[in-house]
Each structure stands twice: as C-alpha cells, then as structure tokens.
Design a protein around this ligand. Sequence first.
Ligand code: SAH
Length: 236
Amino acid sequence: MQSESYQLEPIGYIESPYKQKFAIPRQPGLVKSAKGSIRMLSPFDHPDCFRGIEAFSHLWLNFRFHETAKQGWKALVRPPRLGGNERKGVFATRSTFRPNAMGLSVVKFLGIEQCGNALRIQVSGLDLLDGTPVLDIKPYLPYADAVPDALGGFADDAPTTGMDIEFSPEAESNLSRAADYPELRQLIIEVLSQDPRPAYQRGPVSDRTYGMHLYHFNIKWRVNQNTNQVLQISPE
Ligand code: SAH
C-alpha cells in the first residue's frame, strides 16, 4: 500500500496557565482549577461552529504535542507512573513521543466567550501547555465514551502523593498582592499535590529549590518530608 500523508491545520490555540512543560499534570482533570481557553482561528471562530455545544459538560480536544514533536517517537517509553524505570510500548502509553505527535484530552466545558473578534471556548481541567495547537474539538458522549468497567493497566487509579502544601509568610504576602488571580492559590495547591518532581529526584528531603511558571508568576518551592513549602510567588 502506498504511503499517504496529510496536512493538518490548527483550528485554534490553547491559552493556559502552564507556560512550560515542567509541573503540568500528566492527564486532564487532575488539576481541576487549571482554567484556560481555546482561542479559535478563522473560519472556525464563527458561533455557528458551536451551536448546541452548551448542552455538553465535557469536550475532547485533539491537539499537537508541538513542543516535543520534533523529537519524533520511540517504540518503547518509560511511563512516569512506573517510576521511569520500566519500559512500555508507545501505544500502551500516553507518552508525548508518538507518531504524528497527536494528543487527546477530555476537559470540562465552561462556556463560550466572544470578545470583539475573538471567540474563545473556556475549559477547565487542562493538562496542556500555553500555545498548544488544537486540531479538533468534539463533545464527550457519556453513553459511548464512559466505560465504567474499563481497566486502567499500570495507571488504574488517579495518582496520589499525599503531599501537603504550605505557604511561607512571603508567599502569603505575594498571594495577597495577586488579587487579579483569585484561583492562583488553589491552582498552586493542586499542581504541587501532584508532586511534579521527576521520579529520580523524589525523596523525603532535598535542599533543592524548584521553580515553575503559572500565568506570569514564577513560583518557587522546596520539599520537606511530605510537605511542599511554597517559598515565593513573584510576578515576572
Ligand atoms: N492527555 C494527553 C496528554 C498526556 S501527556 C494525552 O493523553 O494525549 C501529558 C503531558 O504532556 C503533560 O504533563 C505535559 O508536560 C505535556 N504537554 C502538554 N502540552 C504539550 C505540548 N503542547 N507539547 C508537548 N508536550 C505537552
């Protein structure tokens, strides 16, 4: 059979609080307060394209792993859920290093916002980097898509880490000055509860300071036993 290739064009771009890959949750819905939107491109920014969508609570997003796409794919990958030292076949994982670099996430649909010429689909529970190209949007159909007796393989349950989150006095005072972002505290709590450290750095104590970007804030934290201590939240 002759090989074929297709050209895909984005229908919109993700606007997300996650400005870099580090600390993004590994699946959608794990960080419920991660709100964002899909800014639609013309001609898909016409409200007609979304007529009836308000009757659905969740949407499937097909997107491109644009940040890692150039690195290609590998037959065997090391899923983070297995501590990074066991290998599974790419099609048995949700790895970003896959043929066609296509991603799939189910997100909560919050509404449509029209502001001047711009049409945005607002969603929450994102696991996507800011600027991710969206290739398609479909409604989530519970009768067909929810499979109550499905098996989750090596990732049968949502990951739990038991991590507590503490804010230093400095971080508290930083937060009090970020009034435009009332959800920032909750977002930080949910993101850090996932323990974004790579498996090989996980240990009860480390003197290392970690950093991540959420919105335009640079957030620094440290790990002590089961607690993530947020040290500083500085606007950039
Ligand atoms: N739910 C998706 C994503 C799973 S991998 C799917 O199953 O297809 C999740 C990881 O993808 C996140 O932790 C984040 O680090 C990474 N990611 C998110 N957006 C990305 C992008 N645009 N390019 C590359 N990696 C991305």
